[in-house]
Write a protein that binds this ligand. Structure first.
Ligand SMILES: Nc1ncnc2c1ncn2[C@@H]1O[C@H](COP(=O)(O)OP(=O)(O)OP(=O)(O)O)[C@@H](O)[C@H]1O
Length: 239
């Protein structure tokens, strides 16, 4: 991980009507960092994601990705980032392989069959499922397909929305390893979650969000995961 900032919030606020949904957020996410924004229901996690994806405009301040203000360069930012929504939006009637082919062509990215196979192997999607329709995939298998697509698009920045919700413990471990590997290879990863344990396992940094305000920050030191109990205590105190 280097200190170069890839994602940043600078005095970022979002108001809807009279309500302040995000209140003066400031943070920076470095190249190759796994950053988790942790908050309870209604804390403002989805709103934060939406402002970084260009789906909502800040009322004040700036959300930037790769040095670009998202509000002023929405198309450019959307081309550079990969987004994994909580329910992965791939086509159920196509196979994992066909979904990847289709979405790569929509993105104007040409890849050989060998490159697609390599990406599917990398995310450990079992080979006998590659040509089955997605409607028969588990949530974990759909996520692997979506991550393979992100790898093939060479997206330098990934936004993940509640990535481990609905996954069984083995799938969570597999997912966390994949996220760590992507970050080790230089991807910058921003996830929003309410899963304290999962965030502690995978994140270099966890920032707490409560009622639209940042209320705490925890950093990994070396290979030791962030202390789950400390985060739990702070999280419980705020939510
Ligand atoms: N379009 C909107 N109009 C009015 N209020 C909104 C709107 N969008 C979000 N809010 C409010 O903003 C607050 C934050 O919502 P947000 O969806 O960002 O929270 P969240 O942390 O993602 O919650 P959850 O974990 O429940 O999905 C909530 O109180 C929500 O009701």
């Amino acid at each position: 991980m280097t200190s170069k900032s890839v994602i940043s919030a600078s005095e970022l606020s979002v108001r809807i009507g009279q309500r302040t949904i995000l209140d003066n957020l400031n943070f920076e996410v470095g190249n190759g960092e796994v950053f988790a924004l942790l908050g309870g229901n209604g804390a403002g996690k989805s709103t934060t994601l939406k402002t970084f994806l260009g789906l909502m405009k800040p009322s004040a301040g700036t959300a930037s990705v790769m040095g670009m203000s998202v509000a002023d360069n929405t198309n450019e930012v959307q081309k550079s980032v990969a987004y994994l929504p909580e329910s992965v939006t791939l086509y159920g009637h196509l196979s994992g392989y066909e979904n990847i082919r289709y979405f790569l062509s929509v993105a104007g990215v040409e890849k050989t069959d060998d490159a697609i196979h390599e990406a599917l192997k990398k995310v450990a999607l079992q080979e006998n499922a590659w040509h089955n329709t997605l409607s028969n995939y588990s949530k974990g298998m759909r996520q692997k397909t979506a991550i393979a697509l992100a790898i093939l698009r060479n997206a330098p920045v990934l936004f993940l929305d509640e990535p481990t919700s609905g996954l069984d413990p083995a799938a969570i471990d597999e997912f966390n390893s994949l996220v760590s590997e992507l970050a080790n290879n230089g991807a910058t990863i921003f996830m929003v979650t309410h899963d304290v344990y999962g965030a502690c396992q995978v994140a270099h940094r966890i920032v707490l969000l409560s009622n639209g305000k940042l209320t705490g920050s925890f950093e990994r030191s070396g290979d030791t995961p962030i202390d789950t109990e400390a985060v739990h205590a702070a999280f419980a105190g705020r939510n």
